[in-house]
Structures are given as structure tokens and as C-alpha cells.
Design a protein around this ligand. Structure first.
Ligand SMILES: N[C@H](CCC[C@H](N)C(=O)O)C(=O)O
Length: 287
């Protein structure tokens, strides 16, 4: 089967985007896995599949696959690429759309300057719903946040890191580090991703505070490894920092691949993610 795709990125987090409205995309699970194992043929962090939604009032549905083949609930950078894709492909005449995802409905808007703002919905902060197993753990309160101790086996040594746990529809564990450039992301990222206290694994964020409205962030993503940017990771990091009393909204988030902006008015309120969306090239893959 030949499939047309568009290669896109949001702040360096890169995607293969597939129009499954005008193309027949009915892979077997083995075919999906084979495609993901080849990093979708051209090298990408995730694959985004664009479909019609059956939810009343929803323009589209989009499915997100990490490059380990797993389908996940949400993708912040992907949602920005998504809206640019459907506008550029003439799949909609609107500039703001409602999109059904496994995590619920999101509403990205393509701005006149080409950036995209996405209402990512309200963060989920109850540990058990992230999901995070806090059973028997003594959390350390800080502001409105609780820091949870994670014991990691690093080269035969036991090291305990203090993380905030936040869901943006997908799970995140965020820690503050002194310097993102020297943080042990490659070593610690997989240990946190697969930590037993995260039953659905987790995206591991490493955040350096520059000032109360500016952070640097690296994310070792669940099912993808470290990416140049993680949109939901930027949302989770800003929410955790605001709840800890360390940050004030809006927060500038410098990822290795570009700059994102996060605005959040507090518990129960939606998180707004703003950032770039770039179309790189069109291609065709054979599955
Ligand atoms: N690896 C993430 C999915 C992609 C999220 C990231 N690319 C973003 O921009 O939010 C997860 O397994 O939850």
C-alpha cells in the first residue's frame, strides 16, 4: 500500500502526518508496528493520522502514534501541526477547529502570523489519575504542589529525585534541575519513563528555571526518547512550576528545537499552548 504523507515539525518535534480522510488507511497492528519500527520511513518522533470525527460538533479526529508503535492520548506540538495541515490541505475553511483525541476535545487555532494556539484543556493533577501510584509514598508539599520521591537505580547507586506528576491527557513527571544542558536526561529519562509507579509509563521532564516567566526544558518522551520539544511536556512543566509558586503565567519555555509559550490561570482552567508549526516536505511511503 502506498501512502502519501506530509513531514512537519513543531519546535523541532517532528511528525509524519497522514490524511486518512482521502486515503484508505487500514493497517493491521503488525503493519503499524513495522512502520513505527522504521520511524515511519523518514524518521519522526510521532505519526499523526487525520480522520473525520463521529463526535457531534467535532471537525476531525486525530490519532497519535509514538515511534515505538504505541498509540497515545495527546500531543501538544502535534496539534499545532495538525491544524496547519488541515488548513493547507483544504480540509477545512476554518482557522479554529475542534479535534477529538483519545484525551478528549482540543481546539487549535491557526493565527495570522502562522503560529498556533491550542486550548489543551485543564491539567489532571490527582496522582491516581495521571496515573501515578503514590501508595505508601510520603509526598512533600510545596505551594499547591506535592513533590513525590522516585527512587532510581543509577549505575548501582540509588538516587531519589523529587517529581511533580501532571496529566495533559498523557502522563508527565517533571523535575527542576540546575542546568538542562548537564542534566542526566539520557541516563535518567528511561528509568523514569519505565518506573514501576507509572502504570502507563511517563514522559520525563527536566526543567531549568531562568526566571519566574522563563524556563528551559528537555523531555525524555514516553515511547519516543528525547525529542527537540514536547508540547504537553511544556504545559506540564509550566503547570508544575506555577503550582510550586516558582513561575507566573504566561511562561516562556525554551526547548532545544524552539520556543513555546504556556498560559494557565490555575486549577480547573485550560492550559493554552502557543508555538510554531512548519511543513517540511511531502512524500510517499510504501507499507
Ligand atoms: N510521547 C508522548 C506523546 C507525544 C507528546 C509530545 N510529542 C507533545 O508534543 O506533546 C506520550 O507518549 O505521551
Amino acid at each position: 500500500m502506498k501512502l502519501k504523507f506530509t513531514k512537519m515539525h513543531g519546535a523541532g518535534n517532528d511528525f509524519v502526518v497522514i490524511d486518512a480522510i482521502n486515503q484508505q488507511v487500514d493497517f493491521t497492528p503488525a503493519q503499524w508496528q513495522a512502520l513505527a519500527d522504521r520511524r515511519f520511513g523518514v524518521g519522526a518522533d510521532q505519526m499523526l493520522v487525520v480522520e473525520k470525527s463521529s463526535v457531534p460538533g467535532c471537525d476531525f479526529r486525530y490519532r497519535i502514534f509514538n515511534n515505538d508503535g504505541g498509540e497515545v492520548e495527546q500531543c501538544g506540538n502535534g496539534s499545532r501541526a495538525f491544524v496547519k495541515f488541515v488548513v493547507e490541505k483544504g480540509l477545512t475553511a476554518a482557522r479554529q477547529i475542534t479535534v477529538e483525541t483519545l484525551a478528549g476535545i482540543i481546539s487549535p487555532r491557526l493565527e495570522d502570523d502562522g503560529s498556533v494556539t491550542v486550548d489543551m484543556g485543564a491539567p489532571v493533577l490527582e496522582p491516581a489519575l495521571v496515573p501515578f501510584d503514590a501508595e505508601g509514598l510520603q509526598g512533600q508539599p510545596e505551594g499547591r504542589e506535592t513533590l513525590w520521591p522516585l527512587v532510581l537505580e543509577l549505575g548501582g547507586q540509588r538516587e531519589t529525585v523529587q517529581v511533580s506528576v501532571v496529566s495533559m491527557g498523557n502522563p508527565h513527571a517533571v523535575q527542576v534541575v540546575a542546568d538542562v544542558d548537564t542534566a542526566p536526561v539520557e541516563l535518567m529519562g528511561p528509568l523514569i519513563e519505565h518506573h514501576v509507579r507509572f502504570p502507563r509509563r511517563v514522559n520525563a521532564g527536566f526543567m531549568q528555571l531562568v526566571n519566574r516567566q522563563h524556563v528551559k526544558l528537555r523531555v525524555f518522551e514516553r515511547g519516543a526518547g528525547e525529542t527537540l520539544a514536547c508540547g504537553t511536556g511544556a504545559c506540564a512543566a509550566a503547570v508544575a512550576g506555577i503550582r510550586r509558586g516558582l513561575l507566573d503565567s504566561p511562561v516562556r519555555v525554551d526547548a532545544r528545537g524552539g520556543q513555546l509559550s504556556i498560559a494557565w490561570a490555575g486549577e480547573g482552567q485550560p492550559v493554552y499552548l502557543t508555538g510554531p508549526a512548519v511543513t517540511v516536505f511531502e512524500g510517499e511511503i510504501t507499507v
